[in-house]
Design a protein. Sequence first.
Length: 217
Amino acid sequence: MKGAESKDLLTERNILLTFLKGKVQEKKKAELNNPNLYQEIKKVCELRAKHMVPGLPHQYIFMLKCCLSPACVHPFCKSNAHLNNSDDFWYPDGPSLDFFPFPTPDPDRPYGNTEGTECSGFCAGHYMKPSKLISYVKSPGQLSEAIPPSQVLLKAYKSCARFSSDVFINAIAKEVLIKPENVKMWFRLLEIVEDNRRKGAIKAAATRKAKKDPSGC
């Protein structure tokens, strides 16, 4: 079952994709053929960009914050322009919205510790609990450059994972707070994903070639 189809929704979707990913000539054509819809999409996307909180890894975190500017097209910003944007909090008496709780290593429970933690034996370290993290951060945006552990592992894998030494594995393990054997597991997983993508690209190329020339000649 494909479900219901709507010509209007399909048209809107196609123009949105053209606005986001289309070539210059394609965008001009879409704006010429559907000026009102194109301008509405443009207005929404510009508002999103204006309210997007900078410095966050958008692949994982999507966060918007009202600018409270009287010139903004958003009705909430217009009607509350007299307020101070810095007075917004996550919850009553909580941290400012400028604070984002990125995972942060706990200096009291570091990597390689063998005593004083809830772990038995070798400890790969811990991240701070929310209550401690809030008191630890002194200024808004202090953690805006944090990189998700999965991205650290991906970057390390692309650099030299296939030829990595135990020293390299241990360094990455300490950076992302997991055990060395888990780093190796991640690298094996990324290698499988890479191989599958390569095989998929080869298969797709063969399929395209077969469609162009069904005779196989």
